[in-house]
Ligand binder design. Sequence first.
Ligand SMILES: [Fe+2]
Length: 233
Amino acid sequence: MPEGIVRTGTSPVRGFDFVKLQNQLMKKIILFFLAFAMMQGSGCTQSNKKADRVVGGTCEDCALMFEGIPENPSWQTNIAGPDEPGESLIIHGVIYKQDGKTPAPDVILYVYHTDNKGLYSPAPKQIVAKRHGHLRGWMKSGSDGRYEFKTIRPASYPNSKNPQHIHPIIKESGTTLYWIDEFLFDDDPLLSGQEKSRQEKRGGNGIITLKKNEKGVWVGKRDIILGMNVPNY
Ligand SMILES: [Fe+2]
């Protein structure tokens, strides 16, 4: 998987297996109907009559977030089960409105990442969201804007120079969903200066510092500012 992987620049997907065009077209058709069906029933898109404002440009594969989305996500989630191999990781923070000061409640934050082998290993029940792997979860920010997820620290793609990363996608009321900068870790030896410089700071800085707590769990904090550096926001 990692050989030949490139980041598209229009996608939160740092990399995935390139499949034949025919397969991609078929998947896009399936995705379209899946996303449409799920958005009809999803509380995160509201039942407002007005169409969502289109923001953030291309968001390739973002609609995969709707597969399996809970009806009413909690502000915190546990992504990795107790048997998931890897080092435990907790990431938390506050989602702010565009002013960077006012907490933003009821914002859906979806995250997904590789396992501790660097693979997006799918769960048996995943259909079209396979390429996001089984380590994925949803949160809805609380009245204080807080979010938190517990998982394992992802590995970089096998035999690659891609740093460890977690993909986040935002869905807020009134806008289309959009991606923000990946969660990256400043102690990752693969996080090069070049990699740092190409970050767009969408939603604010995504490079976080991890420290182990007394239980040996990696803990990091990232606040998110809605719309920051997001085109057409
Ligand atoms: Fe990725």
